[in-house]
Design a protein around this ligand. Structure first.
Ligand code: MLT
Length: 312
């Protein structure tokens, strides 16, 4: 220790705060997950993980920003199914999700809930269907843009029930939820990581969950599938990415900090209470995320084509 060489002085990675880009507004489900994980990861890494909410274009601005960022190990992105749906939704996507990134890990799977404003006349899903048939495009569904899972869920729902609704975009489902709570919009399909608290408080109407089976956290809530939308299923999955060319040491260390955070009892309990399911360890790897992303991209392309949703 007496003979410090220059190399010994050079601080090893991470030598400064790390930015974790969140593609949607603060207070929404992606933000909640990023902040929960980021705080725990920062303790492992001995550096702050700074959350940067880079909103716009259904999450594609944040992905484009990350693809272009300096690949030095100080910029990461957390993103969901939107990484797989964007190529089918956007004709001119300025990045290729399958080639322009390094892949760190899958993170969690999250169910969605179909909610109505508290004073929406339809008291259950059967009444909601009738209401939508009668009211059609007079009913507003809030979402977080083309590429957001709230939009995907809304589009698939609209297609499944064969009734029209008017969609209203926000910068994230955080603000969309505020609009629903204020009664400014009628419907929102959003992740349990954000909606559980409002459902439990009774400040919104819950029409169903989007998973194949009922949830442990909301056992009384029927699935949409069991209420007549046979096969209806939307599960949100999250992954962590870095710009292509990010050093392997950074990918490995950030990934190890993530795996430690997912095992942290406080973090695990919080995620569990919010209905999130930590993915198996085999998926908590770069290869696990890359493989899954490729599968999901192929799976969603025809689904989105059938729903007829595109942007330039
Ligand atoms: C958010 O974090 O605001 C949501 O994940 C947006 C979305 O619905 O995709």
């Amino acid at each position: 220790a007496a003979f410090a060489t220059p190399a010994a002085h050079a601080q090893s990675y991470p030598a400064k705060p790390i930015t974790l880009v969140v593609p949607f507004a603060a207070g929404g489900p992606t933000d909640v997950v990023a902040r929960t994980l980021g705080a725990a990861m920062g303790r492992t890494l001995n550096q702050t993980v700074v959350i940067e909410n880079k909103t716009g274009a259904g999450g594609t601005l944040a992905a484009a920003h990350t693809a272009r960022a300096t690949p030095d190990g100080y910029t990461f992105l957390i993103h969901h199914n939107g990484m797989a749906t964007a190529p089918a939704l956007y004709r001119k996507l300025p990045y290729n999700p399958l080639t322009d990134f390094e892949y760190v890990s899958q993170v969690i799977d999250v169910p969605m809930t179909l909610l109505g404003r508290k004073d929406l006349p339809a008291k259950d899903f059967t009444e909601l269907r009738a209401y939508l048939k009668a009211q059609g495009d007079k009913v507003n569904l809030a979402h977080a843009g083309l590429g957001a899972v709230s939009h995907l869920c809304g589009v698939l729902f609209r297609q499944a029930i064969g009734a029209d609704v008017t969609t209203v975009p926000y910068q994230g489902t955080g603000p969309a939820m505020n609009a629903l709570l204020a009664g400014q919009v009628d419907l929102l399909c959003d992740q349990t990581t954000s909606t559980t608290q409002h459902i439990k408080a009774g400040s919104v109407k819950l029409y169903g969950v989007t998973t194949a089976a009922r949830l442990k956290t909301l056992p009384a809530a029927p699935t949409l599938a069991e209420q007549g939308l046979k096969g209806f299923e939307v599960v949100v999955w999250h992954g962590i990415y870095a710009p292509k060319g990010t050093p392997k040491e950074a990918i490995d260390k950030f990934g190890a900090a993530l795996r430690a955070a997912l095992k942290d009892p406080v973090v695990a309990q919080r995620l569990d209470e919010l209905g999130a399911v930590v993915v198996p360890e085999a998926k908590q790897t770069p290869e696990g995320l890359r493989t899954w992303l490729a599968e999901e991209t192929a799976r969603y392309a025809p689904v989105i084509k059938a729903a007829g949703q595109f942007a330039d």
